[in-house]
Design a protein around this ligand. Structure first.
Ligand code: PMP
Ligand code: GLU
Length: 391
């Protein structure tokens, strides 16, 4: 059986694969604490579920919708951007997709020719590099500064005539690092000067903990930056709706049209019932968003100091998202392991805590732990790690 070079050249999602390994161990009766996959442990808020059930009962979600999503949802997305960021886009600039993951996948398909390069400031979310490769492009890792951010000077050193785009994720998965508006402007101006598309993944934008504000957006800084930016977002994280699979891209008309055409042959429309649910999420009361944010913040505040105090762990407090991304090089040395993947295996097999290797995010020597789980479970995981590191 021959598989395509494309299929053979791509690695499975490390986040999903580690989660599945943890589940397999759990199925064997081993008490594994799974801190690998990043998805809120909260249930989807009741009002959103009710809206979905009502849409089903009223026979409003039986048929195909427009590929780019129903107008009320695209209007709700535009209104949400206006409320949160004072950014004004037309619903025609919005394309709703089967999760933000599909928005990103389709975007690289419409942007890249074979050999085109995409700058990925490390650490970066696991799917970007594989999606770029699946589009025939070349992922170019850009090493970060100590604060896990990237500067225009570092980007300038990596840019070549084949560079087409840069992916900027803020707040960032896996480290929670969040760029200021001034930093975004500097990177945006750099991208405009080099005629690069900025893929601004802001899926954790509402999960920023030391403020009542949302994280600054790449959109709305200047007309030139807006024209070069594709905003990626979705309802998965903000509304605890990962399983509903609704994400979206906001872009200029040229990109929007190309995305719609491509998606018309790929997924067609995202599930109509999920679109109804997402519309309710964006237009209804936002009280549950604030409650969930407060819950994540509390967990971060309780667990962070304990994790930072573990022998050989070094990390700064994450500003947003729901992950810790400690530098564990000293811990690896204490345990006499040389690769981060081996360290993650050791933790899984001996401490029974599932984490994700930093190698998958372009930054070995680190591991990712999700704190999108209840505090008692997180506390038990840290206790296990403390015992493991004291051995
Ligand atoms: N971007 C980032 C940075 C992510 O962590 C994720 C993971 N859920 C996604 C995009 C995709 O999210 P979804 O497909 O659930 O909308
Ligand atoms: N994005 C989440 C994560 O990083 C969900 C899993 C995935 O889609 O990769 O864990």
């Amino acid at each position: 059986m021959h598989l395509s070079n494309r299929a053979q050249g791509v690695s499975p999602s490390a986040t999903l694969a580690t989660g599945q390994r943890a589940q397999a161990l759990q199925a064997q009766g081993i008490d594994v604490i799974n801190l690998s996959v990043g998805q809120p442990d909260y249930t989807t808020p009741q009002a959103i579920k009710d809206a979905a059930v009502a849409a089903i009962q009223a026979d409003r979600v039986n048929g195909y919708t427009a590929t780019e999503g129903v107008l009320p949802l695209r209007q709700a997305i535009a209104a949400n951007l206006a409320t949160l960021h004072d950014i004004h886009v037309a619903p025609q600039q919005v394309v709703v997709t089967t999760g933000a993951k599909m928005a990103l996948y389709a975007l690289f398909q419409v942007l890249l020719n074979p050999g085109d390069a995409v700058l990925l400031p490390a650490p970066y979310w696991v799917s970007y590099s594989e999606q770029v490769k699946l589009a025939g492009g070349q992922p170019i890792e850009v090493a970060p500064t100590d604060s896990l951010k990237v500067t225009p000077a570092q980007l300038a050193a990596a840019v070549t005539p084949t560079t087409r785009a840069i992916v900027l994720n803020s707040p960032q998965n896996p480290s929670g690092t969040t760029y200021t508006r001034a930093e975004l402007r500097a990177i945006g101006e750099f991208a405009v000067a080099h005629d690069l598309v900025i893929v601004a993944d802001e899926i954790y934008g509402e999960l920023l903990y030391d403020t009542d504000q949302v994280a600054p957006s790449m959109l709305g800084i200047s007309a030139a930056i807006d024209d070069h930016t594709v905003l990626i977002n979705g309802v998965s994280k903000t509304y605890a709706m990962t399983g509903w699979r609704i994400g979206y891209a906001v872009a200029n008309p040229t990109i929007t049209q190309a995305l719609k055409t491509l998606l018309s042959h790929m997924t067609g429309n995202p599930a109509a019932v999920s679109q109804a649910a997402a519309t309710a999420a964006l237009t209804g009361s936002q009280a549950s968003v604030a409650e969930m944010k407060a819950g994540f913040k509390h967990r971060r505040d309780v667990i962070y100091p304990q994790l930072a105090a573990l022998p050989g762990f070094r990390l700064t407090k994450p500003a947003g998202a729901f992950y810790f991304f400690p530098d564990v090089t000293a811990a690896m040395a204490r345990k006499h392991v040389t690769t981060t993947a081996d360290f993650v295996d050791l933790i899984l097999n001996e401490a029974h805590v599932a984490t994700v290797t930093g190698e998958a995010f372009g930054l070995p020597g680190h591991i990712r732990l999700s704190y999108a789980t209840d505090l008692a479970t997180l506390q038990a995981a840290v206790d296990r790690l403390r015992a493991f590191m004291s051995d």
